[in-house]
Ligand binder design. Structure first.
Ligand SMILES: C[S@@+](CC[C@H](N)C(=O)[O-])C[C@H]1O[C@@H](n2cnc3c(N)ncnc32)[C@H](O)[C@@H]1O
Length: 269
């Protein structure tokens, strides 16, 4: 994933860590076109753009972006009434992934009922309580092709997501090569994993639990125990610096582009 793309993605509102953004790009890029890419929970398009650009760099597999665009319960608590579709469309257009993205403005289980295509990659980041994530898993697992990938965001800090990835992915004989990057757990669906593959999943699960514990500990430390004016100001300052860097990088790219296409400049053949 190029620096320009990374800085563009940094400007879109959302909760994806840069390492997670790179992972989604890679997973989408390696799709072979044997099925579609599905995203549950798009918000304003941050993860959709990563999947879209990954797809464009690979086989141009369609990305089905599913979201009612009215937010999850936690968003309504924070922001009141939510409507993200207009900003989602603007961000998708600006990022140049419109051609491969198919928006579905509806809940994921409703879409699953009428969705008849095979799925090669699915990224689940919609409802975060156990019942919601499990319903997503149950509705979409049968549609994922053999050797297709299922990925789950926020599996370290959200107990419901953690429970689903523990029961249905790490401990399941239906997945192999289960890995994690930051809060994303992902694995490859198979008819039946071999004993060695299942053992490898269990070992990685122990490692993942330690990682999830650390993640929750850091979150609690910064959001609860060290939550004072000074830390809030430091976090805001760090965020501002990251954004300023992203803006500067985007500006430099725009300038370089206009210099290359401007009058008097001969493009290399
Ligand atoms: C955490 S946000 C997704 C963030 C997004 N993936 C990103 O990287 O910016 C969760 C999203 O799930 C959506 N959502 C809530 N219920 C849903 C459902 N039943 N099906 C699909 N999406 C849902 C919300 O509207 C919200 O936009």
């Amino acid at each position: 994933m190029s620096r320009t793309l990374e800085s563009r993605i940094a400007l879109v509102d959302g909760w994806l860590h840069p390492e997670e953004a790179r992972l989604l790009f890679r997973l989408a890029k390696r799709c072979k076109g044997r099925g579609g890419i599905v995203e549950i929970g798009s918000w304003k398009g941050k993860s959709t753009i990563c999947l879209g650009h990954g797809s464009l760099a690979g086989r141009r597999t369609r990305v089905h972006a599913i979201d009612p665009h009215t937010g999850s319960p936690e968003h309504s608590e924070l922001f009141g009434s939510v409507w993200t579709f207009d900003e989602f469309c603007r961000n998708i257009d600006e990022a140049g992934v419109r051609d491969v993205v198919v928006p579905h403005v509806d809940g994921s289980t409703n879409v699953a009922e009428r969705f008849n295509e095979p799925v090669e990659l699915i990224f689940i980041d919609g409802l975060h309580e156990y019942e919601g994530v499990k319903a997503d898993f149950d509705a979409w697992f049968p549609k994922v092709i053999p050797n297709g990938t299922m990925a789950f965001h926020d599996s370290t800090c959200w107990p419901g997501v953690l429970k689903v990835v523990s029961e249905c992915v790490f401990k399941s004989p239906r997945f192999r090569k289960v890995r994690f990057t930051r809060s994303i757990v992902y694995g490859e669906k198979v008819a039946r994993a071999t004993a060695m593959e299942q053992l490898a999943n269990r070992l990685r699960y122990a490692w993942f639990l330690a990682h999830a514990w650390m993640d929750r500990f850091t979150w609690r430390l910064t959001h609860r125990y060290l939550d004072c004016r000074l830390t809030r100001a430091l976090i805001a300052y760090a965020k501002q610096r990251r954004q300023a860097k992203a803006f500067a990088c985007a500006d430099r790219t725009r300038e370089a582009k206009s210099a290359a296409t401007g009058p008097g400049v001969t493009r290399p053949a």
